[in-house]
Design a binder for this molecule. Structure first.
Ligand code: XMP
Length: 509
C-alpha cells in the first residue's frame, strides 16, 4: 500500500484516485500520524501531498521526519516537497507572489519518476514558496522559467520532490510520473481489486463485531445496500437492517427493495411504516429548512425506537464514503457553511451509544458500485441515481399532502420510464420532477382546467458539488410532457429547469 500524508491540499483526493486507478491500494492520513502507525501500515512508499501552508509559518503542518529513516521511497508534492527540503536540511524561499497555472517543464534527468517522459512537457503549478537550497544528496531533475528547482531527487535514497502537481489533468504526463513512482520506484504490484477488498473487509468485520449484532439504516441507495451486502456476507443473521418508510418515498420503493435485498439475498430487514407520523409532523410546514429538520428528528426517533428492540445490538453500520472521511479529517477542515441540512450525515450514533462500523470508508463512489457488482448486487440498485434522505418532501414546494404526494409519484414514474427507455438514465447524475405550489389555466377537450405545474430537473455531474442542466433532446422532453399531462390527473403544465449548480442547487429545497 501507499501512504498519503495529507497537508491540506485541495487535490489530496485526486492523488488517492490516481493511485487507486493504478490498482494500488492507498490510504490518506493526517500529518500527525505517528511513526509507529506508519510502521504498522507497512507502506511501500509515502506521498506527501501539497497544502496551503508555508513551511516556516508557525502553525504549518509537519509530519514526523522519522519516516525518512524507514528506508522506503518518498514523493513530496508542492508543499510536501518543501516540507521534505526543510526536514532534510535544505532551505525554502518565501515568495511574495504565487505562481499559478501552466508552465513548460524541462526535464534534466529522465530517471526515476521521469523515466520515459519527454524532455519538455507542460505542468501545473500552484505555489507561493519554492526551494532555494537542496538538502544533501539531492540533484535538480527539472526546471521551469520561473522555478529553478521544479523537481529534485535523491536517487540513492529514492526520495523525490515535485514543485508542480502531477495528480491534476493539466499535467499531461503526471499519470506516467505517478505510475513510475508506484511501479519503478516503490515496486508496487497491481493487486488492488474489489474481490480482495471484499475479502479483507469481511474478515475485519468479523474480527470487530464477533458475535454481537449490528444495526444498519437501509435507505435503498447504493451505499447502504452495498454496506448491507458486505455485512451480511460477514455476519449473516447478526445483521439487522431497518428500513424506515417515511411516506415520502417514490412509488413501489419499498417493494423493490424487498424483492432485491430481502427476498433474493435473504438479508434481514425490518420495515417500519412511519408515513403517518412524518406527514402529521409536516402538516402545514412550507419552509424548506423546517421540513428537513422535522424529517431528521422524526427519523431519528423512529429509528432509535426500532433499534432499541433489537437485543444484543452493539454496533451501528453506516455507508460513509472516503470523500467524507478525507474532508472531515483534512488538516484545514472541510467547507463549513450549511446550505441545506442533510439529516443522514452524522447525528445518529452519538445519541445511541452504539459503536460504529463503516466498511466503505476507504472507497470512492465508483469503487462502491464496483464492489456492489462483485458482491452480486442487482443492476438497478448499483446504478440508482441518488435520492435525498428527506425524499419527495423537498420536491413538493409548499404544503405536503397525500394528494400532492400521489400526483408527484405518478409524474415521477412516467419521467423515469421515459428517461430509462431513452438510454439517458445512467448518463445523468439525477433526473426527477418537482411539484410547484402554483396553478395555471389550461384547456382539455373543450373544458377549461386550472391545475398544478410540474417541473422536470435533469442534471449531469460527477460529484454533486457542481452540476449542469442536461441538454435532453427536445423530442424526449416533448414525450415526457405529453404523457404527464395526459396521464396524471391534476397536472396541466410541464416546465423544464435550465439552471446549473452553482448558483442554483440540484434539489429545489
Ligand atoms: P443539492 O440540492 O444540495 O444536492 O445541490 C446535492 C446532492 O445531494 C442530494 N441531497 C441529499 N442527499 N440527504 C441526502 O442523502 C439529503 O438531505 C439531501 N439533500 C440533497 C441531492 O439529491 C443531490 O444529489
Amino acid at each position: 500500500m501507499i501512504l498519503i500524508i495529507d497537508f491540506g491540499s485541495q487535490f489530496n483526493q485526486l492523488i488517492a484516485r490516481r493511485v487507486r486507478e493504478c490498482r494500488v491500494y492507498c490510504q490518506v492520513e493526517p500529518p500527525d500520524i505517528t511513526i509507529d502507525r506508519i510502521r504498522a501500515l507497512n507502506p511501500e512508499g509515502i506521498i506527501l501531498s501539497g497544502g496551503p501552508g508555508s513551511i516556516y509559518e508557525e502553525n504549518s503542518p509537519k509530519a514526523d521526519a522519522a519516516m525518512f529513516g524507514l528506508g522506503i521511497p518518498v514523493l513530496g508534492i508542492c508543499y510536501g516537497m518543501q516540507y521534505m527540503v526543510d526536514a532534510l536540511g535544505g532551505r525554502v524561499k518565501s515568495a511574495s507572489k504565487r505562481e499559478y497555472g501552466f508552465a513548460a517543464l524541462n526535464i534534466k534527468k529522465d530517471l526515476g519518476i521521469f523515466k520515459g517522459v519527454v524532455k519538455q512537457t507542460a505542468c501545473w503549478m500552484s505555489h507561493g514558496d519554492s526551494v532555494e537550497k537542496l538538502p544533501g544528496g539531492f540533484v535538480i531533475t527539472a526546471w521551469t522559467k520561473n522555478t529553478r528547482i521544479a523537481a529534485m531527487a535523491n536517487f540513492r535514497k529514492r526520495w523525490y520532490g515535485l514543485q508542480f502537481h502531477p495528480e491534476v489533468q493539466h499535467t499531461p504526463k503526471g499519470k506516467r510520473m505517478i505510475q513510475n513512482f508506484l511501479f519503478d520506484v516503490c515496486d508496487c504490484s497491481r493487486s488492488w481489486t474489489m474481490k480482495s477488498f471484499a475479502m479483507d473487509a469481511v474478515s475485519e468485520i468479523r474480527e470487530t463485531v464477533k458475535d454481537k449484532r449490528v444495526v444498519l439504516g437501509l435507505s435503498g441507495g447504493v451505499d447502504s445496500s452495498v454496506t448491507a451486502l458486505l455485512l451480511h456476507k460477514a455476519i449473516s443473521e447478526n445483521l439487522v437492517c431497518i428500513f424506515v418508510d417515511n411516506g415520502l418515498l417514490r412509488k413501489d420503493e419499498r417493494d423493490r427493495l424487498k424483492q432485491t435485498l430481502s427476498e433474493k439475498l435473504d438479508i434481514n430487514i425490518r420495515f417500519v411504516n412511519a408515513g403517518g407520523k412524518f406527514l402529521k409532523a409536516l402538516a402545514d410546514v412550507t419552509d424548506p429548512e423546517k421540513k428537513r429538520k422535522i424529517i431528521g428528528k422524526v427519523f431519528m426517533d423512529v429509528f432509535e425506537a426500532e433499534a432499541k428492540k433489537i437485543e444484543g445490538a452493539e454496533f451501528l453500520a453506516q455507508g460513509t464514503l472516503y470523500p467524507d472521511v478525507i474532508e472531515s479529517q483534512s488538516a484545514f477542515g472541510g467547507p463549513t457553511s450549511v446550505i441545506k441540512s442533510h439529516h443522514n450525515v452524522g447525528g445518529l450514533p452519538k445519541k445511541m451509544k452504539l459503536k460504529l462500523v463503516e466498511p466503505l470508508k476507504y472507497l470512492f463512489k465508483d469503487e462502491v458500485r464496483n464492489l456492489g457488482k462483485t458482491l452480486g448486487l442487482h443492476e438497478d440498485l448499483i446504478w440508482r441515481q441518488p435520492f435525498p434522505g428527506p425524499g419527495l418532501a423537498v420536491r413538493i414546494i409548499g404544503d405536503i399532502t397525500r394528494r400532492r404526494l400521489r400526483i408527484l409519484r405518478e409524474v415521477d414514474v412516467i419521467l423515469l420510464q421515459e428517461i430509462k427507455q431513452s438510454g439517458y438514465y445512467r448518463k445523468l447524475w439525477q433526473s426527477f420532477a418537482v411539484l410547484l405550489p402554483l396553478k395555471s389555466v389550461g384547456i382539455m377537450g373543450d373544458k377549461r382546467t386550472y391545475e398544478n405545474i410540474a417541473a422536470i430537473r435533469a442534471v449531469t455531474s460527477s460529484d454533486a458539488m457542481t452540476a449542469d442542466w442536461a441538454k435532453l433532446p427536445h423530442d424526449l422532453l416533448g414525450r415526457i410532457s405529453n404523457r404527464i399531462i395526459n396521464e396524471v390527473k391534476g397536472v396541466n403544465r410541464v416546465v423544464y429547469d435550465i439552471s446549473s449548480k452553482p448558483p442554483s442547487t440540484i434539489e429545489w429545497e
